[in-house]
Design a protein around this ligand. Structure first.
Ligand code: FES
Length: 159
């Protein structure tokens, strides 16, 4: 019996095999159709219309969606993901080199956010049990004492 792995040749790919409906993209990527529409509205992915005016996505969209999801998990803002994807060909799947370059950059940004959050956590430690919320003394209320750098006198009107 001929089948997969038996040496039988796969049927020749027809051009339409390269295109996926939004439901197929959702099923294969694990991302909701509504999220795919959102990504498309933000320009992160792109579809074309077939003769029946239905959206069709190139197969490479699956790697784009995977990249978007991983970036989101790493806390990369969607606007930054969009800028990164703008630099890639819209009709081709992001390649290994693309992903290595982007993940290296996002790792550095993630590291900076971790350091910033660690500082914030340490400052919050000092606030627990205090409650002063003083512009003069509380590092969370006046981070980096920026008001002091502006000189003496009243400065905030929106207290
Ligand atoms: S609340 Fe007092 S130091 Fe932050």
């Amino acid at each position: 019996m001929a089948g997969e792995g038996s040496g039988a040749r796969a049927p020749a790919r027809r051009p339409c095999d390269q295109w996926l409906s939004v439901g197929e993209v959702a099923a294969r990527s694990g991302v909701a159709v509504s999220a795919l529409h959102f990504y498309e509205a933000r320009g992160l992915i792109r579809s074309e219309r077939n003769a029946g005016n239905q959206r069709r996505f190139r197969r490479g969209v699956l790697r784009r969606v995977a990249l978007i999801k991983v970036a989101q998990r790493a806390g990369v803002p969607l606007a930054e993901v969009g800028r990164a994807l703008e630099a890639l060909p819209v009709d081709a799947a992001p390649g290994k080199a693309d992903w290595q370059r982007l993940s290296r950059r996002w790792r550095a940004e993630l590291e900076a956010r971790i350091e910033s959050l660690s500082r914030l956590r340490d400052q919050l430690d000092g606030c627990i049990g205090c409650g002063c919320l003083s512009l003069r003394d509380c590092p969370l209320r006046n981070p980096g004492d920026v008001l002091a750098a502006e000189g003496p006198g009243a400065r905030l009107l929106d207290l």
